[in-house]
Structures are given as structure tokens and as C-alpha cells.
Design a binder for this molecule. Structure first.
Ligand code: HEC
Length: 137
């Protein structure tokens, strides 16, 4: 029985894969990834991207924005499993809309998608960002 438990535990550990170590705090993710990606996208959407390289850059930034939304959902960062997850998913969806528009090289869709990112930031900040930090942005 004991041996079986050891096997079961080992199987569980394998199924989970190597432990994921969170290095960045939510604050770090905001400063290092979320905000820079949003700013880059919003700036890029001010005028029609000049060439394929510029469009590709927006696609990459939109992918990073989506990845940052995933990173916000890890166990150490998620404040709960309800609204926090929904708010993070809203950020991911906003990033996905930007990616789609940039892949289609559709400037009008890019402008719309880029303008809608801010609502996903505010949705989460209203509920979860400490009041002292609210003033900064
Ligand atoms: C799922 C929740 C969530 C989403 C979505 C989110 N944030 Fe945040 N953000 C937070 C929390 C929580 C803090 C406070 C972190 C702290 O200081 O501990 C914060 C803090 C910040 C800060 C302050 C960091 C500093 O230097 O004081 C900035 C800037 C920021 N967010 C930008 C953004 C932008 C831009 C977006 C959207 C593109 C966004 N955030 C989306 C939760 C979120």
C-alpha cells in the first residue's frame, strides 16, 4: 500500500510537471509587461503601420499582452478564482482582438481593438488595485 502511494505521488508530480516559480510580482508584471505592451500597441495604432515588420511587431506585442494575462492567473498572483480570473481573461481577449486585427492588417479593427484594452485594465483596477496606487495612473 505504501509503495502504491509512492507511485501515485510520483505520478501526480510528473503530471504537474516541474514546479513553476513566480519571479515577478503582479506589480512587476504591470510595469514590465502589461503596461509597456499596451503603450506600444496604442502608439502603433495612432497611424497605419508602415510595413509588414510594423504589423508583425503589433502581433508580437498583442501575444505578449495575452501571455501576461495568463501570468496574472497563476496561483501566487490570482487574488481569487472568480472576478480576478474574469478580469485577466478580459485583458487576454483584448490582446487577442488586437492580434487578429494586426494579422489581418486591418487598421480600423486595430484602432477599435487598441482603444478597448483600457476598459479591461480599469475593470480589474477598480476592484483590486490598492487605492494608493490608483493615483499614479
Ligand atoms: C487582473 C487584474 C489586472 C488587470 C487586468 C490589469 N491590472 Fe494593472 N494592476 C493590478 C493590480 C492588483 C495592481 C496593483 C499591484 C501592486 O502594486 O501590488 C496593478 C497595478 C498597475 C500599475 C501600477 C504599477 C506601479 O508602478 O505602481 C500599472 C501601471 C498598471 N497596473 C497598468 C495596467 C494596464 C495598462 C493594464 C491593462 C493593459 C492593467 N494594468 C491590467 C491588476 C490588474
Amino acid at each position: 500500500m505504501r509503495v502504491l502511494s509512492v507511485f501515485l505521488l510520483a505520478g501526480l508530480a510528473l503530471a504537474q510537471g516541474p514546479a513553476y516559480k513566480e519571479t515577478a510580482t503582479t506589480h512587476d508584471l504591470m510595469d514590465g509587461l502589461v503596461r509597456p505592451m499596451q503603450m506600444a500597441i496604442v502608439n502603433a495604432a495612432k497611424e497605419a503601420p508602415a510595413d509588414d515588420r510594423a504589423w508583425r511587431g503589433i502581433v508580437t506585442n498583442a501575444i505578449m499582452l495575452q501571455e501576461s494575462a495568463q501570468l496574472l492567473k497563476t496561483t501566487g498572483r490570482a487574488k481569487d478564482q472568480g472576478d480576478w480570473i474574469k478580469d485577466a481573461d478580459a485583458l487576454g481577449d483584448a490582446g487577442a482582438a488586437v492580434q487578429k486585427a494586426a494579422q489581418a492588417k486591418d487598421f480600423d479593427a486595430l484602432k477599435t481593438a487598441s482603444a478597448s484594452i483600457g476598459a479591461s485594465c480599469q475593470g480589474c483596477h477598480r476592484a483590486y488595485r490598492p487605492p494608493a496606487a490608483q493615483k499614479k495612473q
